[in-house]
Design a protein around this ligand. Structure first.
Ligand code: BEZ
Length: 211
């Protein structure tokens, strides 16, 4: 059965471009984004890995470790790294896991046999400090991901883990958020001193509480 939201993210040990990674130890008390790509020396993957390198500082700000993965061997990863820098201008600055025996790919259900028997699809797993899966996304090989969206989701996940709020459609950091329906108006007045406006009894907006 595929990993679902709320499941414990499996721990593993894997070779990577930054040496041996013990997953839980590597994540420490922070957040993690584990993402797979289908194959080294392919065009879309090259752009994705370069973009994640460019955004590394944004993930750091969110106390989030990023790790890429494919079933290609470590020697292949090592020789591809130079191409990523040449093609995108960004040096790989996070671990790229080598999973030739598919240990991690199988643990996380990253191979979808009806799409491709042997290669990982473009999976994304966001893992919380409690080591539970907070988000899963799957893209086909033909579509590069939007990593700004992963940052946006991290902002939402980190905010909503600390406050009784949810984030509306297309929300980005700094915009008003929604008070969850389980909170009564009376409690909302106490919990959200900046106030709230009710568009419907169940749709109440309040300024982002942690700013
Ligand atoms: C790519 O990254 O460009 C790619 C990889 C596998 C299949 C199709 C495209």
């Amino acid at each position: 059965m595929a990993l679902q939201l709320g499941d414990v993210a499996p721990d593993f040990t894997s070779e990577s471009t930054e040496g041996t990674i013990h997953f839980y130890d590597y994540l420490g008390d922070g957040w993690g984004v584990l993402f797979s790509h289908p194959k080294d020396f392919t065009p879309v993957c090259t752009t994705e890995l370069g973009e994640v390198a460019r955004l590394k500082g944004e993930f750091d700000k969110r106390n989030t470790k990023v790790l890429g993965l494919s079933v290609d061997p470590i020697e292949s990863h090592r020789s591809w790294v130079g191409d990523i820098k040449d093609a995108t201008g960004n040096e790989l600055n996070y671990p790229l896991l080598a999973d030739p025996d598919r240990t991690v790919a199988d643990l996380y259900g990253m191979i979808h046999p009806n799409a491709n028997d042997t290669l990982t699809v473009r999976s994304v797993f966001v893992i919380g400090p409690d080591k539970k899966v907070k988000l899963t996304i799957t893209y086909p090989a033909s579509t590069g991901r939007n990593f700004q969206e992963i940052l946006r989701v991290l902002d939402s996940l980190q905010l909503t883990s600390g406050y009784s709020v949810a984030t509306p459609v297309n929300w980005t950091e700094g915009e008003d958020v929604i008070i969850v329906p389980a909170i009564s108006d009376e409690d909302a007045k106490e919990k959200f001193p900046k106030g709230f406006r009710a568009v419907k009894p169940y749709l109440r907006y309040t300024p982002q509480p942690n700013r």
